[in-house]
Structures are given as C-alpha cells and as structure tokens.
Design a protein around this ligand. Sequence first.
Ligand code: AMP
Ligand code: ZN
Length: 663
Amino acid sequence: MNQEDRIKRLRKKLHIYNNAYYNEDESLISDFEFDMLLKELEELEKKYPQFYDENSPTVRIGGEVTKKFQSFNHNYPMYSLANTYSKDEIKEWIRRIEKKYGQNINDFNCELKFDGASINLYYEKGKLVRALTRGDGIKGDDVTSNIKTIKNIPLILNGAYPEKFEIRGEVILPIDSFNYLNSKRKEEGLPLFRNPRNTASGSLKLQDSREVAVRRLKCFFYSVVGENSFLFHSELLKKSRQWGFFIPETMKRVNSVDEIFHFIDFWENKKTELPYEIDGIVIKVNSIKVQNELDFTSKVPRWAISYKYKAERQSTRLLSVTYQVGRTGAVTPVANFEPINLSGTIVKRATLHNSDQIEKLSLRIGDYVYVEKGGEIIPKIVGIDQLRRGNFDDLIKFITYCPDCGSKLKKIQGEAQHYCKNENECKTQIIGKIQHFVSRKAMNIEGFGSERVVLLFNNGVINNIAEIYKIEIEDLVSLEGMAEKSAINLIKSIKQSKKQPFQKVLFSIGIRHVGETVASKLANHFGSIENLINSSYDDLISVEEIGEKIINSIINYFNNSQNLLIIEKLLKVGLNFKTVENNKKSNILNGKNIVISGTFENLSREKIKQLILENGGNLSSAVNSKTKIIIGGQSIGPSKKKKAEILKIPIISEKDFLEMLDT
Ligand code: AMP
Ligand code: ZN
C-alpha cells in the first residue's frame, strides 16, 4: 500500500472509532490501540505534508493558535428564544400560534435546554468547513480550529447527508469534567472556574486550540437549518444522528399540552441527575411547514418557547468576609452569611474568588446577597438585593496584608489572585505545603493526615518538608494522641516514601502551577533536578504545554535560596531527584551540562539525550558559562558556535561522544 492510501485508511478508521466512542458509547478498539493509530497517523502526516487534510482526526489534538477571531455574518440569524416560568403562558403561547396559523397545532417536540455556548456549524460535501459562535445573533466569531478539537463533533459525515447545510448545537462542559478541571486548577494554585457554562463559552475563545482539546467539551445538537426536504423537525434531528451528530435521547415528540407539562415536571425532578446542566426545556412546533408559516418576530422564532426552571436561589445577609491563604500563597476571600437551606443542604459560606469579584459586586457587610446552587456545584453569590443594602461605611476593601503572617500582599500581573509571597515563613503556607507534600497523590505517606501535620508543626517537630525525614520515634510518642504503634507506622511510611519516583517528588515540593501532569512532563524532559534548576527560559519553553506562567513560577521557585536548601536536604536523605536512576550505565558525564546542536548521521537526538542521562550528564538547550560540552552535528547553530568559541567550550562530534562513553 502506498503512503497516501495508508494515511487515508488511518483517517477513515479513526473517524469511525471516534464517532462510535463519543456518540454511540461503543469502544471498537482499546484506548491504547487508538492512541497508537493516531500517533502513526501523526507521524505519517509530518513526513508527507503533501497529503494534508484540514479535517484529519489529528486536528483534534489541537495546535493551531488564533490571535484574533474573524467574524462572519450568519446565513440565518441566530435568534434567542422566548421564555417563560409559567405553565399558563405556555397555554397562551399555543393559543396565539394556533390563531396565527389558523388551525389547531398538536405536534410538538420537547427538548432539554442545554446550558452552554451555542455554535453554528457549516458542512459542505460532508465536511465541517466552518464554526461560528452566536455572537450578536447576526454576526459570529470563527472558532473552527477550536471546535475541531471537540471529540463528539464529526469532522467527516456518514450516510446520505445534504450537500450543504448548517447545524446548531450547544457546546457544554459536563459536570464531572468541570469538577476535574477545577481540581486540577486547584492543585496548580490557579483560580477556579465559576460554572460549567462560563467555562464552556470561555473555552471557545481560547487562542490555543491545544488548551481547548484537553477541556473535555461536548456538543449537543438541536437544530438543522436551511434544510426543507423533511416534514418534521424531530425526524430531521433523528436523521442527523446517522450523519454522525450527537442528539441526546432525552427529546420527546408529544401531542398535547398535558404531555408538555408532564415533560416539564419530569425533568424538573430529574435534572439534577443529568451529568450536565440544563436551565429549562424548549418546546418546538414539530412540523417544518408550520414553522415556516409562523416564522420569526424580530427577536425570536414564533414556533418555539423555553420554559425555565427557577434556580435554587435564596437571599441572605452577609455577615463577614474572611480570607484563606492557600499553600501556594494565593489568598481567597470567603463570604460568610446567615445560614440558608439550598436544595436540602445548609449553606453558610461561599467563595468570592478574588478581589475583582468583590469590587464588581461592590459588596458591603449587611448586604442581602443572592446565593445559588446548581447541580453539584459549590454555591455562589450571583448578585445583591439592591433594595436592602448594608451601610456604605461597611464597604469591603480587600486586605493588603497577609492575615496569617502580616506581610504585604502582591498581585501578579495577568492574574486575578492576590498572593502572600512570604512562602518560607507564612505559617498557613508552610502547613499547607507539608500537607500537600505528604498527601496521597504526592509522597503518599500513609498515616500522615492533615490534622497530624498541624500537630507536628505546632509542637515544633517539623518546620518544613525536609524535616519530615528527620523525625524520630521519640519526637512522636511524647505528643498527645500519638500511640507508640502509630508512631512506628508513621516512621515506616515516611521511609517507604523515599521510593517515590522523581516526577512525584517534583510534584510534592509544591511549585506553584506545577501539578501532576506538568511535573511528569518536566521530569521526563529534564531527567534530573539539577537540569531543571540550571534550565533557562528557552529550555523551559521548549517543553510541550509549558507556558509563561508556569515558567515564571519555576524560575521564581529556584531563585529562592531557602527552597534550594530544602531540596539539598531532601537530596541528602535520598529522595529521587533523577528520572533515570534505574537505567544508569555510568558516571562518566557526572553532572556535566551538555548541549546538543545540529543534525546527526547515526544517532537520533533522542538517543543522544538518553545516553547523556544514562551516563550521569545533564541536558540543557542553551549554551552558557555552565555548559561543559557541546555535541555538534551538521549545521550546528551559528550563535551556539560563536558562544562556544567565546566561552572556550569544546564542540565534539557524535563519534567523539561515543568514544568518550566507551572508555
Ligand atoms: P436564550 O439564550 O435564553 O435566549 O436561549 C436561546 C439559546 O438556548 C440558544 O441560542 C441555544 O444556545 C440554547 N439552547 C439550548 N438547548 C436548546 C434547544 N434544545 N433548542 C434550542 N436552543 C437551545
Ligand atoms: Zn502570609
């Protein structure tokens, strides 16, 4: 088979597997096999760029960066929907449209109203060609490259689809994906997202499509536009399922007002069991002919109406705002109010996220605030009752000093959060750092719960993470509530934790923005803590998915001498600070910083890197005074060459390098 055929076959297969998995809940192959095929395709596409296809399954990985989204007119305006909170008004709506149409209408399609961001997709000859946001209804933004990363949106259609059509849907973030995303952000010390809807619509406007690809968005479709060869809206939707679109099974065709009400009541009770958020239901006239007759007002279609559920919202009096210092120093304001009952749980506080949020609400003590809770999401303050305001004198001003250690708070440019930068002395931060260090996902020290960390800290047994490894039985047994047996066990599990691999150690030391994933990327890339400490901005930027924010945080962390001291101590007690400890072959290159430049005849760059690490060397990409050797191939970078001459650093060939290792 020639390469073009191979590429085409891979694409076809992957489209089929993808569609089966995301839209029919059916795994035709294992995730691993899928990834292998995708990888193979990616490599082939790189090798044979002449067979480029803008709808290849590899575009789902993302990669395209949009600086500014271009806007385009919609072929058909994207109207909003008339809405109501009352069943009587639904009866009235039916009476009104029957009058206008001149006959009884008793065929409706009831659908859920998905709460996300609407999107309009254009397909031509079975291919996705453009995706526009709703925008102002007339004009939307072209977010095609971001949309292509959403895995349940078909890039290529199946079956007998129309030559050219538009389809509309709602991009949503399922609740568990939202929670997952936030748990990762929490881990990395990033401000949390407020709710799934904002996150979904914000995601569509991200400049880096790779970032969109990891957010686990989905698209639910609810209308095909400009297609008149079908009699019924519900049939058209069902048909589009066969083309590859995800149409939730929850929609229901009904023939009477009673059935509409039944649908409303059913989902009012069941909506919290859905894995995504809805904010109501939509009732549509099902006959496309009748729809066309009824047409649109200047704002909304006459043939549809949405029934919205009242949100679980209550007002309550704000008593105080307190501030929490996280382990990375981020300060989060918390609103404390008179307890209320929201869908069965007693709620008395809600996060206010950051100072911007307080300013936006211009919050005062004594204000009556509206608190809402949707699904499983943490409660939030959504507004203020303007008629019942607190005293102007009680306007809340964000604190300027750390509530714990009293040092001046700082705001990092581009971030909404305030930070206490006194990271080595601020008690809450130190305790938080230790708690993080011993936690299950980090060093996984069993029997070292949060309370116990506080106990040991307060009794002066440990003052930082390095001291954990100095704890002796005697230190423990004298403490209240610590039996000898549990003391022995704790010491044992502390010892046990020394086996944790480098990536875990790197995650555990708690560099802001360095979560589990980033830590393992860094560990793989640099191979050792020395390499990471010695890395320059350029070295760091070359690591996949590592951006400005993370880099600055890493550089800051290692610029702090106290942090370096702690790492040195941890190194001494024997924690793993190298990835390749196990496959170590020799110590010939012991600690030498080595730069690779140019292309090589016999060895791949990856192989050379591996050899360097296996023989005790450190990788770095920039030439500087710490560089000991440059391994140079053909067309070695001119600036590197010049620097090497100035700094008198030897440039050796791959042959020299191999000989060096042979001795
Ligand atoms: P609204 O923004 O409240 O005027 O409601 C209109 C929006 O509801 C549309 O732009 C869609 O984004 C969204 N929507 C969600 N589910 C549906 C559905 N099943 N049918 C029509 N629109 C829907
Ligand atoms: Zn502090």
